[in-house]
Design a binder for this molecule. Structure first.
Ligand code: CAA
Length: 400
């Protein structure tokens, strides 16, 4: 067992931190206040190769390992959740799923432009009436031989207005509903019958784009089907293995940002002639934030290591996502407490981290779903069997 980050990990952390602070942070607080997303940060990430992190060089990716993706997520979320969401949706849910399930032809045709940042990918599973109950989605795909005809609606889709293509999970039409056969399709924004609409008034991630997407007789060529007919739910669940990893890693960034802000504030703010950092109740909260960073990193590094080794990690990633999101929320909650009234307004970033951290306890599996899943593993009701298609091991071989 080796807990030492490699020189490459240190380099990518340094590069991601510098990029996030210098290129992404300017103007962020104002955009968050105005509920305004923009495409500029996507272009900057593309230009700096961040959209190809942890993808093989043969598709134009950086060839870095899967832990590197987690590190980038942590550093981006230290600045703001909206930037990590781009990595979650494009790199985690979309690109890694294509890498896992795509045929050689699909990887060349669909993955290469994404890895180079020429295109942006997103993921569409959730619907107005199916969130946790993902198996009972209602979007329907009818097989007409050379194409599928897609009808339905997806909700709470990150990058709905910016992504060029979506990994869409649908029920296969014509099946007995009790069979619940699903299909996964890549839908291009330019396909006739596709439309999107932003969702307004979110509590957090206000600088990020979230919305609904609609399919009205969208004709999707059969070449865009990911996996076999009937594999759609498995494709969705493996996408969540990747997405939850990025959320778990990003949540550490919130705890780290809160710790940094609180250490500074607790050393500057005085009460009764001494810094509040000397007060034991403040120390308790700082100690918890510090622990959240270290425990959170261990949890997501373990998952990254399992990805590198080509091991199934559904249980471990659920645990990391569940715990890290809870700890990030607690860190942000305590950070407001330490900042007192200043923490309650947007003069300090902790108020934004608090709002942002709440969302991650809902998306990519609610706190309740992960609690139940972990209990089921512990009780022996659930176990991870070998997968039909696995993510390629790192270092990437010719078969990646
Ligand atoms: N990889 C591959 N296959 C998997 C898998 C994985 N990680 N997990 C399960 N499967 C397979 C299983 O092997 C099983 O196949 P077999 O029948 O052949 O064995 C099949 O999929 C069904 O699996 P389960 O029995 O585990 O399914 P379940 O019905 O018990 O799952 C659940 C229940 C865990 C609650 C699941 O529905 C779930 O995770 N729900 C939450 C959904 C969610 O997180 N939604 C968020 C969407 S993304 C988002 O938030 C928006 C965004 O834009 C970011």
């Amino acid at each position: 067992m080796d807990f030492q980050p490699t020189p490459e990990h240190n380099l990518i952390r340094e590069a991601a931190r510098k990029f996030a602070e210098q290129e992404l942070a300017p103007g962020l607080a104002e955009r968050d206040r105005a509920h305004q997303s923009d495409s500029e940060s996507l272009k900057k990430m593309a230009r700096s190769s961040f959209l190809g992190v942890s993808l093989p060089a043969k598709y134009g990716g950086t060839d870095s390992d899967y832990i590197s993706l987690g590190i980038v997520c942590e550093e981006f979320e230290r600045v703001d959740t909206s930037f990590r969401v781009v990595m979650s949706v494009h790199s985690g849910l979309h690109c890694l799923t294509l890498l896992q399930w795509g045929t050689a032809e699909q990887k060349q045709r669909l993955l290469a432009p994404l890895a180079k940042g020429e295109k942006i990918g997103a993921f569409a599973l959730t619907e107005p009436n199916a969130g946790s109950d993902a198996i009972n989605i209602r979007t329907r795909a009818e097989n007409r031989g050379s194409e599928y005809v897609l009808n339905g609606q997806k909700s709470w889709i990150s990058l709905s207005d910016y992504a060029d293509q979506f990994l869409v999970i649908a029920q296969l039409d014509g099946n007995d509903r009790s069979e619940k056969k699903h299909v996964a399709l890549i839908v291009d924004r330019n396909m006739q019958g596709f439309s999107s609409r932003p969702i307004k008034g979110k509590l957090g991630v206000r600088a990020g784009n979230t919305g609904e997407i609609f399919f009205d007789d969208v004709r999707v060529p059969v070449e865009n089907r990911i996996g076999d007919e009937g594999d759609g739910f498995k494709v969705a669940m493996s996408a969540l293995d990747h997405g939850r990893y990025t959320v778990a890693a990003g949540s550490v960034g919130i705890s780290a940002a809160c710790l940094q802000a609180c250490v500074k504030y607790a050393n500057e703010r005085t009460v009764g002639g001494e810094p509040i950092g000397k007060k034991q109740l403040v120390q308790q909260m700082i100690a918890n934030m510090s622990a959240a960073c270290d425990i959170g990193r261990l949890l997501y590094f373990q998952v990254g290591w399992m990805k590198n080794a080509g091991l199934r990690h559904t249980r471990e990633v659920s645990l990391a996502k569940w715990q890290n999101c809870n700890m990030a929320f607690q860190s942000a909650h305590d950070a407001i407490e330490i900042h007192g009234a200043y923490g309650y307004c947007d003069e300090f970033p902790v108020e934004r981290h608090f709002r942002n951290s709440r969302g991650a306890m809902i998306y990519e599996g609610t706190r309740e779903i992960h609690t139940l899943v972990q209990a089921e593993y512990a009780l022996g009701y659930r176990q991870d069997r070998p997968l039909k298609r696995t993510l390629p091991k790192w270092p990437f071989g010719d078969d990646a």
